[in-house]
Ligand binder design. Structure first.
Ligand code: APR
Length: 235
């Protein structure tokens, strides 16, 4: 899409009511797993099996959860305003696309893809990744890793995201704590381009003050209302 006017950044909070744990809430993923062990290239080099187990577990969980009303509302927004809406998600689940979002950037990669350490090709991947797994592109065995972006790696499609942020009229962040850069800096990029900035979160704290407006509440309630507000022209 050449010129999106609305850029929506989503984080783990949008999938929370679907049953996917967030990262930094008290019962979050990083309360149970050591980030350094399972989400860094160094952790993977130390213990690849541990890292594969972690993402295999998360990939299997994807089959047990469904998109919620917040994902559906964003898909409806895109359908109502063709060519005007870009969703940038930090989530590696597939709930946005299953809800119907098509103009979507997975800046932290996707659980549903595997990348080959040999040929660097990314392929759709639905099963566990094991030492027996064979790269669909080059046939090498045991060289696949989840196609997700770990700490210390560069998120995907940053140039495209930067252009969209600079050119948008409205930037909204939904269900993210704003703890991880570069996504945490998107609000300033959008504001510098003249966009109205809105945060939607269960609890607006911390980085919420960096937005023009804060909307507090569970995503399944506040996101459909917010979309309705945009579509009724009051956005
Ligand atoms: N509705 C809206 N917001 C919610 C809900 C809900 N039902 N439940 C929780 N939240 C909010 C929390 O208040 C919190 O601000 O979602 C946010 C989740 O924050 P994090 O757990 O830090 O998740 P996120 O911001 O997506 O993390 C960014 O960090 O480790 C990584 O790579 C991982 O992409 C992830 C990145």
């Amino acid at each position: 899409m050449s010129n999106p006017k609305i850029v929506i950044l989503t984080g783990a909070g949008i999938s929370a009511e679907s049953g996917v744990a967030t990262f930094r809430d008290p019962d979050g993923v990083w309360a149970k797993f050591n980030l350094e062990d399972v989400a860094t290239p160094q952790g993977f080099a130390r213990d690849p099996a541990k890292v594969q187990d972690f993402y295999n577990m998360r990939r299997r969980q994807m089959g047990t959860v469904d998109p919620n009303a917040a994902h559906a509302a964003l898909a409806a927004l895109e359908q109502a305003l063709p060519g005007k809406v870009l969703v940038v998600t930090q989530n590696i689940d597939d709930l946005h696309e299953r809800a119907g979002s098509r103009n979507l950037i997975h800046m932290h990669g996707e659980l549903a893809r595997a990348i080959c350490l040999g040929c660097s090709e990314s392929s759709a991947w639905a099963d566990d990744i094991t030492v027996q797994s064979q790269c669909p592109a080059c046939s090498a065995k045991g060289r696949l890793r989840p196609d997700v972006v770990w700490f210390g790696e560069i998120p995907y499609r940053m140039e495209e995201i930067g252009e969209a942020l600079t050119g948008c009229d409205l930037f909204a962040a939904i269900g993210t704590s704003g703890s991880v850069y570069p996504a945490a800096g998107f609000v300033e990029e959008a504001r510098a381009g003249g966009a109205l900035t809105v945060e939607l979160n269960l609890k607006c704290a911390g980085w919420a003050s960096r937005f023009d407006e804060q909307i507090e509440g569970p995503a399944t309630q506040v996101v459909p209302d917010f979309v309705e507000r945009i579509l009724s022209g009051k956005g």
